[in-house]
Design a protein around this ligand. Structure first.
Ligand SMILES: Nc1nc2c(c(=O)[nH]1)N[C@H]1C(S)=C(S)[C@@H](COP(=O)(O)OP(=O)(O)OC[C@H]3O[C@@H](n4cnc5c(=O)[nH]c(N)nc54)[C@H](O)[C@@H]3O)O[C@H]1N2
Ligand SMILES: Nc1nc2c(c(=O)[nH]1)N[C@H]1C(S)=C(S)[C@@H](COP(=O)(O)OP(=O)(O)OC[C@H]3O[C@@H](n4cnc5c(=O)[nH]c(N)nc54)[C@H](O)[C@@H]3O)O[C@H]1N2
Ligand code: SF4
Ligand SMILES: [Mo]
Length: 686
């Protein structure tokens, strides 16, 4: 039997590895390496390797569903569209909220942004970047003028020092982890700071274990020690930055001397000194960070601290340097680029700028509503749960907040208050089960399109098989709904390529791209402003993106997390991921090869704590916070800081987010997934 090989991009993490889908009899039956892809050169992590297994799973949604008398019944597309149109038209624009998706293509995100703003005329559109790198976008834009990862993935392999803080790169961006190993093979040093001795930390030359939520103190301490020793890059500070004096005023305070910082964070002073010296004296040093930095009420502060350290030591705008904010989902960078955010159109063009509103009105052929900033994902839940009447109708494409948002009891209350909810997904998720209408979408292997990885590389998806049943690609659903709402002229697209042409027309950073140029495996990094432009793998080479070209130091004071341990809840809870599973498990728990590796969740407890608390390995315990409780198996390990526990959030039966705190960073509105207070109770035997 003949096999076909269709080169495409991995649908899981923001690394953006390429592989071939193997097609037999018009169905995807496996994955084969694509050696010419420069990101991963044919290598894959387990999720990439098994990314074909969920595609033809029997649970795939195959037909629209409409809730009648509390039960879902199959419906035709016409029936579903008719119902949706009649309900969408019944609400005022600001009573409707759209959630777009980091799982779908750029073309699809662009259309959701257009559908929300031009058809529904609502300012309320956001997506899961809010739970993820919202603090990066604000923090790095504040420091450098652009909120994106500064250097490219292969560039990490050139670093003389790689400082990983708040990223478990080996489990969550494994093929970026490979670059860390390459840097080390080439003589570079690796520093990892993490409350847990992760697989990443195990590869470090210097591992620093600390208490969740103390990052700013660590950065201020490192910077004070560097300045005290005169190791700062004076030339870089003078020629490329401003406000160094303001930074100095704060970081030189006695409370940020290393002996004091050591008491706050729990890292021995000597280790902090070594880290500071390695970073400051290296020819090049890169910071890699992800959710350990961003998911805090001080998320923006943490991000700005990474920028401060890199500007202080002059490790920016060059090979092997940079602030590498590792974006999470395959297309979260693209979803942000495409304007699936409440404050910007595609290309970060502010909705409150009247000139840009005019530009988009002309481009789309509609008079757009007065620029107003809509609700974020996290505000949406609060408004639904607590401020009845303001939001009534939800259109959710490719997100599963019933597992991924903080404080799930509160989320459930909010979603129940919605009068009408449409969910568009590839599986009947926990969120879809609460919908009034469910629309079946095609998955990555069933459509053409582009996605933008963490290094701003815009790469192709290529269709390998038809979707199951009557499921359709998200872009087609959006076009048909747009037309049914009376906007056929705005949604005339017959192919994703036609949508991309419009994206390039209205989005300056994508203006020089088209499908022909993206055809080669290298693809293109934005900004790529003209057809002749080669793309931009490294940002800020000569100047930063601010109008005056200077990077800005921001002085940051240390603050504790919103909820700290006390008598009643004496333990710090932090949450995150494991290599085998993806977020809410909708895809990986339906991939047998991945699911069997970790069939359910666990709570990591330090071995000395476990002894003190009388808990055995594998014992079922109750984990309790002010928000709720779950029953979960203990995993006793020497690899986590005492006084702290970790729960992965992938598993509905012991969902970490029943426990987490929805306290938000004031600017980024990102929740504090990485630190709250918890107690453990013995499970009473019946
Ligand atoms: N296998 C797998 N890979 C993924 C994902 C997945 O679900 N599964 N999701 C993708 C997405 S969307 C994202 S955003 C990325 C996330 O990638 P990561 O950020 O690497 O993932 P996390 O496990 O959330 O957290 C990273 C580390 O932060 C540490 N940490 C906990 N508290 C703190 C703290 O207060 N400060 C610091 N500095 N560190 C702390 C945790 O111990 C953990 O090792 O992964 C992407 N890749
Ligand atoms: N406690 C805790 N909670 C967290 C985090 C944490 O570290 N700790 N991390 C947060 C982070 S960083 C993130 S990014 C969020 C992720 O939160 P979500 O985005 O809600 O999680 P996913 O499971 O990735 O949901 C994506 C959905 O898209 C569907 N899907 C996949 N492909 C397609 C497609 O082509 N079309 C359509 N229509 N649907 C598709 C999947 O089936 C799935 O239901 O979780 C956040 N929640
Ligand atoms: S590292 Fe990320 S993009 Fe690469 S194969 Fe693994 S999940 Fe896919
Ligand atoms: Mo994320």
């Amino acid at each position: 039997m003949e096999l076909n090989y269709v080169p495409t991009t991995c649908p899981y993490c923001g690394t953006g590895c390429g592989f071939n889908l193997v097609v037999k009899d018009k169905r995807v039956v496996g994955i084969a390496p694509w050696h010419r892809n420069p990101v991963n050169e044919g290598k894959l992590c387990p999720k990439g390797n098994y990314a074909w297994e969920f595609i033809n799973h029997p649970d795939r949604l195959t037909t629209p569903l409409i809730r009648k008398d509390g039960k879902f019944e199959p419906a035709s597309w016409d029936e579903a569209y008719k119902l949706i149109v009649s309900r969408f038209k019944a609400y005022r624009p600001d009573e409707i909220q759209c959630l777009s998706s980091a799982r779908v293509s750029n073309e699809e995100n662009y259309l959701m942004n257009k559908f929300a703003r031009a058809v529904l005329r609502t300012p309320n559109i956001d997506h899961c970047a809010r739970l993820c790198h919202a603090s990066t976008i604000i923090g790095l834009a504040g420091a450098f003028g652009s909120g994106a990862m500064t250097n490219s993935i292969t560039d990490i392999g050139e670093s003389k020092v790689v400082f990983v803080i708040g990223s478990n790169t080996f489990e969550n961006h494994p093929l970026i982890g490979r670059q860390i190993m390459l840097a080390r093979q080439r003589g570079g040093k690796v520093i990892v700071a993490d409350p847990r001795l992760t697989p990443t930390a195990k590869q470090a030359d210097l591992y620093m274990q600390f208490h969740s939520g103390t990052d700013v103190a660590i950065f201020n301490g490192l910077m004070q020690y560097i300045i005290r020793n005169g190791w700062e890059d004076k030339n870089f500070i003078r020629s490329r930055t401003k406000d160094f004096d303001k930074l100095k005023e704060v970081v030189m305070k006695p409370e940020y001397a290393l002996d004091q910082v050591s008491k706050i964070c729990g890292i021995p002073e000597e280790q902090l000194k070594t880290a500071a010296e390695w970073i400051a004296k290296a020819e090049s040093s890169n910071i890699l960070y992800s959710m350990g930095i961003t998911q805090h009420t001080t998320g923006v502060d943490n991000v700005k601290s990474t920028a401060n350290l890199q500007m202080l030591t002059g490790h920016l705008g060059k090979r092997g340097g940079g602030v590498c904010a590792l974006r999470g989902q395959n297309n979260v960078q693209g979803a942000c680029d495409m304007g699936a955010l409440p404050n910007v159109y595609s290309g970060y063009q502010a909705v409150i700028n009247p000139d840009l509103r005019k530009k988009m009105s002309v481009a789309w052929g509609v008079e757009l509503a007065e620029g107003k900033i809509g609700y974020t994902v996290t505000e949406m839940i609060n408004v639904l749960a607590d401020t009845l009447d303001k939001l009534k109708c939800l259109y959710i494409m490719g997100e599963n907040p019933m597992i991924s948002d903080p404080d799930l009891h509160h989320v459930e209350k909010g979603l129940r208050n919605a009068e009408f909810m449409v969910v568009q997904d590839i599986f009947l998720t926990e969120t879809a089960q609460m919908a009034d209408v469910v629309l079946p979408a095609a998955c990555f292997a069933e459509k053409d399109g582009t996605q933008t990885s963490t290094e701003r590389r815009v790469q192709r998806w290529r269709k390998a098989q038809d979707p199951p049943g009557v499921a359709k690609p998200d872009w087609q659903i959006l076009c048909e709904l747009g037309a049914a709402m009376g906007f056929a002229e705005q949604f005339p697209f017959r192919t994703p390529e036609e949508i991309f042409t419009e994206i390039a027309k209205v989005t300056p950073s994508y203006a020089g791209m088209n499908y022909t140029r993206l055809e080669k495996p290298e693809a293109l990094h934005w900004p790529c402003p003209t057809l002749e432009h080669p793309g931009t793998p490294i940002l800020h080479k000569e100047k930063f993106t601010h109008p005056d070209g200077l990077g800005i130091f921001t002085p940051i004071e240390f603050r504790y997390p919103a909820e700290v341990p006390d008598k009643e809840f004496p333990i710090i809870l932090t949450t995150g991921r494991c290599i085998w599973h993806w977020h809410t498990g909708s895809m990986t728990r339906r991939s047998p090869s991945l699911a069997r590796e970790e069939p359910t969740g666990w709570i990591e407890i330090n071995v000395d704590d476990a002894r003190e608390w009388g808990i055995r390995d594998k014992e079922m315990v109750k984990a309790v916070t002010r928000r709720g409780e779950i029953t979960i198996g203990a995993r006793v390990t020497p690899g986590i800081k005492r006084g702290e526990v970790f729960i992965p959030f992938h598993f509905v039966e012991c969902a970490a987010n029943i426990l987490t705190n929805n306290a938000l960073d004031p600017a980024a509105k990102i929740p504090e997934f990485k630190a709250c207070a918890l107690r453990i109770e013995k499970v009473k035997k019946a």
